[in-house]
Design a protein around this ligand. Structure first.
Ligand code: CU
Length: 122
């Protein structure tokens, strides 16, 4: 039954897709880059989107392998950079980190995603 419901929901949402919906804010690129391996620990993660964001409803977190937050909980859309989302990082030891973002773009659409990056040095 649940499967049928899910299938119906997908069908319904596809039917409701309007041309404007193609303008969702998708991740364009990031620093550190998606899936990258960086030699030194970055002090912040910056995400660039394909559309301007609603700052109040856009957020990002960074976690280590154990699922612990390693960000400074200071996610912000920098002034004058409406398609950018940035968060500061604690001092990262080498390891793999997961960036999870969830944003609302100015067209009110919701998108989310995640990616990882590696820090090779301490
Ligand atoms: Cu949209």
């Amino acid at each position: 039954m649940k499967k049928i419901f899910a299938a119906l929901a997908v069908g319904a949402s596809l039917a409701l897709v309007s041309p404007a919906a193609w303008a969702h804010a998708f991740l364009d690129h990031a620093s550190p880059a998606v899936g990258s391996s960086v030699p030194a620990a970055p002090t912040a993660v910056t995400l660039w989107f394909t559309q301007d964001l609603e700052p109040a409803f856009s957020t990002v977190t960074v976690t280590d392998k154990a699922g612990q937050r390693v960000d400074l909980d200071n996610a912000q859309v920098p002034p004058g950079q409406p398609a950018e989302l940035q968060i500061g990082l604690k001092k990262l030891p080498r390891g793999t980190y997961t960036v999870r973002w969830r944003v609302v773009s100015v067209d009110t659409h919701n998108t989310e995603g995640h990616f990882t990056f590696d820090v090779r040095g301490g």
